[in-house]
Design a protein around this ligand. Structure first.
Ligand SMILES: N[C@@H](CCC(=O)N[C@@H](CS)C(=O)NCC(=O)O)C(=O)O
Length: 346
């Protein structure tokens, strides 16, 4: 991975885009028009009409081949881009591109704005997995959510929900931002995972992957997030929400345990989705970053967790993956990578 330090102030109202231009498309348009007009004007027979149009179409393929291409997943050094980059205020673009991103948006390709929390780590891990298999490249910026950088306007333009992580696909024109971790995981596998290594081709397996991805997104993360809040961060210790969210999280761990143990299917599983014992997929990634942090709020005892032996094994199984270690490691530790910081630090 090569990181590029974001440039300029994050509050710029300008949007940087790469223009690729060639005069050939204009020439092609001219030829196509002429191909319709000339034979009619000169009252030529039908065979001439066809010949003119074939010749004109040739200029189109020429134009397509000659247009400079931005290579997907490849970071082009900043300097080589400069000559065809320009900044302009967005006034006449489609609604989506309107002030979508700012001067410091890094190079074409994927850009991740994150902090190494359970949600940030989901996307960090998948990117590391994709890099191992396909050589996927991206750039990273780290913000400090403790300073509320994610509530500032430049960030809200990318994600009105004001939460990390966000990915921006700068290969699209206009750049395409993706919020909500599960949607980000699905976006990344659709874009990068051509061999369906982290997803499935079979529609039933794919649906099972979605079931577990949605289950954690809707029924796991919100509860465990509240456990973290009420046990660890709340100024006031209030018993009712502490017990309510703790019990609900234990219930959700129980659901995962039923599934992984094969209690009702008779088939213990290694992973959440897929036939047989299952296959490691984005459903596991989306769930693991949270569940493996069960000890963090100090809400659950070792004895309580003994009720979920298959879940604990699943945590260890996924933790052993090199890309998982990389995606949760020092490369995303803001203290170790101060050059990746954007915005207010403390
Ligand atoms: N449903 C969102 C949740 C994202 C989320 O809650 N991110 C947290 C960090 S783990 C955050 O940005 N918190 C800062 C805040 O709430 O302002 C997702 O899955 O992307």
């Amino acid at each position: 991975m090569r990181y590029i330090i974001p440039r300029g102030s994050p509050h710029s109202a300008l949007y940087t885009s790469t223009i690729e231009y060639s005069s050939l498309p204009v020439f092609n348009l001219f030829c196509m028009k002429a191909a319709h007009w000339l034979p009619r004007r000169l009252a030529l027979p039908t065979a001439f009409h066809t010949a003119f149009r074939t010749a004109a179409a040739g200029t189109r393929s020429l134009a397509t081949q000659t247009r400079p291409a931005v290579k997907r997943n490849t970071l082009i050094p900043t300097t080589s881009l400069r000559h065809r980059q320009f900044s302009r205020p967005i006034t006449s673009s489609p609604a989506m591109s309107s002030q979508l991103y700012t001067d410091e948006t890094p190079e074409p390709g994927l850009h991740l704005i994150t902090q190494s929390t359970p949600n940030g780590q989901k996307v960090q891990i998948l990117l590391e997995e994709l890099k191992e298999v396909y050589g996927t490249q991206w750039t990273t910026s780290i913000i400090n959510i403790g300073t509320n950088e994610q509530k500032k306007e430049w960030f809200l333009r990318l994600n009105p929900n004001g939460r990390i992580p966000v990915i921006v696909d700068n290969d699209q024109s206009p750049p395409f931002p993706v919020m909500e971790t599960s949607a980000e995981l699905l976006y990344l596998i659709e874009r990068e995972d051509k061999d369906n290594i982290f997803g499935f081709t079979d529609s039933f397996e794919r649906n099972q992957m979605l079931q577990w991805l949605f289950f954690w997104h809707g029924s796991g993360a919100p509860y465990q997030g509240q456990v973290n809040h009420f046990f660890k961060f709340a100024q006031e210790q209030i018993e009712y929400p502490k017990q309510r969210f703790k019990n609900e999280t234990l219930r959700v761990y129980g659901v995962l345990e039923i599934h992984l143990s094969g209690k009702f299917s008779g088939q213990p599983r290694e992973y959440l989705a897929g036939k047989g014992t299952g296959k490691y997929s984005v459903a596991d990634i989306g769930t693991w970053t949270w569940v493996r942090g069960w000890a963090f709020p100090g809400a659950f005892s070792d004895e309580e967790m003994q009720a979920f032996p298959h879940l604990l094994q699943w945590i260890d199984r996924i933790a052993a993956r090199p890309a998982v270690q990389k995606g949760t490691g020092d490369d995303y530790n803001a203290a170790k990578r101060p050059e990746l910081y954007v915005g207010e630090k403390k």
